[in-house]
Design a protein around this ligand. Structure first.
Ligand SMILES: C[S@@+](CC[C@H](N)C(=O)[O-])C[C@H]1O[C@@H](n2cnc3c(N)ncnc32)[C@H](O)[C@@H]1O
Length: 254
């Protein structure tokens, strides 16, 4: 099992500074503040979503289904195969693990938030896939073992320090979790393994691309949609990542 980095530390060898111009970073910060306030108001005492034929109950502090969730959800339904072992990293309410479990019989859903883990388990039962889907608390890969044919991740888009539970679903201080994820993901993939990653330009997309390139992944865009809000266009993408042959080859002993 991998050992987690100490809380709040950056993964060894990584250092994050925004690749965006300062004005763009500031615009994202303001956008984030508005989204955070709206999320607190909208969350109320919890919400129930009907989404792609599933019923998902989402308490405050867990990422809700949004107008863009289908970009990843439909990609999961298109990608998953019956024999796949699937990992849903940062599962939130369990949505993508539950979608995967309609086809695959071995799905592991993990999240660092204990409320998310409980919510994902409850939603798996509600949608009759609990026997095909295991839920676990894990800080990135800290409590993940074995290899997967398909890994799904919709990481927090922002890099600020979260002030509370509401923010922790959407911001990952200095991209510690996302950096760790791409640094280590290859070790958890089978040789022909694939990943589906959701991200947008309300985060540092260039940094995500840099991480995927450094880790030796080939990126294909399988879904894209833009949204104009407050006069600002944000683009959302689902990427399908596979490893280049050289990156997938086991490294010889040092
Ligand atoms: C943007 S939400 C996505 C939730 C869900 N997958 C979805 O698509 O609706 C990001 C999720 O990543 C989780 N997360 C953040 N840091 C994490 C970490 N270090 N390890 C595991 N999960 C993490 C958050 O708790 C949150 O549930």
């Amino acid at each position: 099992m991998a050992h987690p980095d100490p809380p709040g530390s950056r993964p060894a060898g990584s250092s994050y500074t925004p690749t965006l111009p300062a004005a763009e970073a500031e615009r994202i910060r303001q956008w984030h503040q508005r989204a955070y306030e709206a999320a607190r108001t909208e969350a109320g005492s919890g919400r129930t979503f009907s989404y792609l034929g599933r019923t998902l109950v989402v308490p405050p502090g867990v990422q809700p289904i949004t107008g863009m969730s289908h970009l990843l959800g439909e990609a999961v339904l298109n990608e998953v195969r019956p024999d796949d072992r699937v990992l849903d990293m940062g599962t939130g309410c369990g949505v993508n693990a539950i979608l995967a479990a309609s086809t695959a019989g071995r799905v592991l859903a993990v999240d660092v938030s204990p409320i998310a883990v409980r919510t994902a388990r409850d939603n798996a039962e509600r949608n009759n896939v609990a026997d095909r889907m295991e839920t676990r608390h894990s800080d990135v890969f800290s409590h993940v073992d074995g290899r997967f044919d398909l890994i799904v991740f919709d990481p927090p888009f922002r890099w600020f320090a979260p002030r509370d539970l509401f923010e922790a679903a959407t911001t990952d201080e200095n991209y510690r979790a996302m950096t760790t994820f791409f640094r280590d993901a290859g070790r958890y993939l089978t040789p022909g393994g694939r990943m589906l990653i959701f991200f947008g330009t309300s985060g540092d997309l260039a940094y995500l691309k840099q991480l995927t390139d450094e880790a030796g992944f080939t990126r294909q865009t399988v879904a894209h949609q833009d949204l104009v809000k407050d006069g600002w266009r944000v683009d959302y993408f689902t990427f399908r990542l596979t490893r280049t042959a050289a990156a997938a080859r086991p490294r010889p002993p040092a």
